[in-house]
Write a protein that binds this ligand. Structure first.
Ligand code: ARG
Length: 465
C-alpha cells in the first residue's frame, strides 16, 4: 500500500511502480535525508507543532535507522524512493508517532533539501581532491623550475619556457576550479524546507531554526522557487565539466608527449597498459580514459539543462532525473582526479629531449627582435628584419643560436657581440622575469604564492561526521 493511496481504488501497475521508483539511485541520499528529517522534527517539537517527547522518539529512531543502514544491518530496498523508505521504516519502528514526521513538509521540499545537503558535501570532497592535485603539481613544478621545454602556439614551436611554468599553468586552472566550486557552494547552501509542495505551509514552522541546525547560510525566499530550482545542481555540473575540460587538456598533452615522435615523457608501468597483439606497446590508457570521460560529464550537464528547460513551475517528476546526472558526474570527476593525482608524479620527463625541443624552431626569434628594439629600432621593423634572418637560416640549414656575429650584422648593423648570448635558450627563459613569466625566480614566487593560498582556501576539516 502506498502512503498516498487514499484517493486510489486500484493498486499501481507493477511496471509503472518500477518505472516510477527512484530508490535504486536515490538511496545514496539516505544520510542527508535522515539529517534533514531530524532537523525538521527537532524544529516541529521546539515549535510545539508536535509534542516534544514524540519529536524525541522520532529523532532517536531516525538516528538508529541511519546507523543501521550505515552498518549494513538495514538494506535499502522495497520503497518508491529514499524519503518513503525512511518514513516507512520509521513508522514500522515507532508506530503511529512516526506518521507525524511529515507534518508541514512535502517530498518536493524534502528532495530539494536532500540534494543541497548532498551537493554541499560533494563540493567539499571534490575540493579536497583538487587541493591534493594542486599540491602534487606544485611539488613537481618545484623540481623543474630550470628544466627548459618548448612552448607552442598553433602546435608550432613558439618560445622556450620551463616545465615548472607549464605545470603551474594547470595549477592556476585547478585553483580557479576550486574557487568556482566554493562560489557554487554559496548558492547550494540555502535551505528550501518549508516550501512545502509549492506554497509553504499553514503551520507556524521556524525555517531559520532548521537552517541553523543544518548549517545553512539562509532560507529560500519563494516557495515556488524553493521546490523548482535546480540551478545549483546545474552549476555544480558546470564546475565538474570545467575540471574535466582542464584534466582533458593536460592528459592530451601527456598522450602526445609520450609518443615516439615527441619522446618528452616516459609512462610508468603502473599507470599504462599493453596491447593484446603488439608486444612492444605501452599505452597511455589512464590519460585517454580521463579525456574520454570528459564527454560523459559534459553529457550530464547537457542532460540536466535539457530536463529543466521546458518545466513549468513548480515541481515536476522530470526533476527526479537530476540525481543520476549529478551522481555520475560526481563519481567520474572524483575517479579522474584520484587516478591523475596518483599518476602525475610517476611520469618521467626526458629533460634532454625537452631542452633539445626548445632549441629548434627558432624559438629565440622574438628575443632577437627585442634586442633590436632595445637598440632603438621600432618593433615592427625589427620583426621584419628577424623574419628575413629566419628565412636565411631555413635556406642554409642554420639556427639562430649558431649564427656568427657577421651573419647577424648582415641583417642589421645594430647587432653587437652580446647578441650571441641573447639567443642562448637559457638566457631567453631567464630574461622573462616579470610576474607570470617563466624565469625560475618568477615561477618560484608563484609556487610560494599558491603554497600559502592552499591552506587558506581549504581549511582542514575538524572532524568527519
Ligand atoms: N523521488 C522524487 C524525486 O526524486 C521525490 C519527490 C517526489 N515528489 C512528488 N511529488 N512525487 O524527485
Amino acid at each position: 500500500m502506498k502512503m498516498w493511496s487514499g484517493r486510489f481504488k486500484n493498486d499501481i501497475d507493477s511496471r509503472a511502480d518500477a518505472f516510477n521508483a527512484s530508490l535504486p539511485f536515490d538511496k545514496r541520499l539516505y544520510k542527508h535525508d535522515i539529517m534533514g528529517s531530524i532537523a525538521h522534527c527537532t524544529m516541529l517539537g521546539e515549535c510545539g507543532i508536535i509534542p516534544q517527547n514524540e519529536a524525541e522518539t522520532i529523532c532517536a529512531a531516525l538516528s538508529d535507522i541511519f546507523f543501521d543502514i550505515k552498518n549494513g544491518k538495514l538494506a535499502v530496498c522495497d520503497a518508491e524512493d529514499i524519503h518513503m523508505f525512511v518514513e516507512e521504516k520509521l513508522t514500522a519502528r515507532v508506530g503511529d508517532v512516526g506518521k507525524k514526521l511529515h507534518t508541514a513538509r512535502s517530498r518536493n521540499d524534502q528532495v530539494a533539501l536532500d540534494l543541497r545537503l548532498y551537493l554541499r558535501d560533494s563540493v567539499d570532497e571534490i575540493n579536497l581532491l583538487l587541493r591534493d592535485l594542486i599540491k602534487t603539481i606544485v611539488d613537481l613544478a618545484e623540481q623543474h623550475t630550470e628544466t627548459i621545454i618548448p612552448a607552442y602556439t598553433h602546435m608550432q614551436k613558439a618560445q622556450p619556457t620551463t616545465l615548472a611554468h607549464h605545470l603551474m599553468a594547470y595549477a592556476e586552472m585547478f585553483l580557479r576550479d576550486a574557487e568556482r566550486f566554493l562560489d557554487t557552494r554559496k548558492r547550494i547552501n540555502i535551505m528550501p524546507l518549508g516550501s512545502g509542495a509549492c506554497t509553504g505551509t499553514t503551520f507556524p514552522i521556524n525555517r531559520k531554526r532548521v537552517a541553523e541546525l543544518l548549517d545553512f547560510d539562509d532560507v529560500t525566499h519563494n516557495a515556488l522557487d524553493g521546490v523548482s530550482d535546480r540551478d545549483y545542481a546545474i552549476e555544480y555540473l558546470t564546475d565538474v565539466a570545467t575540471v574535466m575540460m582542464h584534466l582533458s587538456r593536460f592528459n592530451e598533452e601527456i598522450i602526445y608527449w609520450a609518443s615516439d615522435e615527441f619522446g618528452y615523457i616516459g609512462l610508468d608501468d603502473r599507470f599504462s597498459t599493453g596491447s593484446s597483439i603488439m608486444p612492444q606497446k605501452k599505452n597511455p590508457d589512464m590519460s585517454e580514459l580521463i579525456r574520454g570521460k570528459t564527454g560523459r560529464c559534459y553529457g550530464n550537464l547537457m542532460r540536466l539543462l535539457t530536463v529543466m528547460k521546458g518545466l513549468p513551475l513548480a515541481y515536476n517528476k522530470d526533476m527526479q532525473e537530476d540525481k543520476e546526472a549529478v551522481f555520475d558526474a560526481e563519481d567520474t570527476v572524483k575517479a579522474c582526479l584520484e587516478i591523475f593525482t596518483a599518476m602525475l608524479p610517476t611520469l618521467r620527463f626526458h629533460t634532454d629531449a625537452l631542452e633539445t625541443g626548445a632549441q629548434g624552431g627558432f624559438t629565440a626569434a622574438t628575443d632577437c627582435a627585442d634586442y633590436l628594439v632595445r637598440k632603438g629600432m621600432p618593433f615592427r621593423e625589427a620583426h621584419a628584419v628577424i623574419g628575413g634572418l629566419v628565412l636565411y637560416c631555413t635556406e642554409y640549414g642554420k639556427d639562430l643560436s649558431t649564427l656568427s656575429l657577421e651573419e647577424f650584422k648582415n641583417y642589421s648593423t645594430l647587432f653587437e657581440a652580446d647578441i650571441l648570448n641573447c639567443v642562448k635558450i637559457k638566457n631567453v627563459v631567464y630574461a622573462r622575469k616579470i610576474v607570470g613569466a617563466p624565469a625560475p625566480k618568477a615561477v618560484s614566487n608563484e609556487i610560494k604564492r599558491i603554497r600559502k593560498l592552499l591552506p587558506r582556501m581549504f581549511p582542514e576539516k575538524s572532524e568527519e561526521q
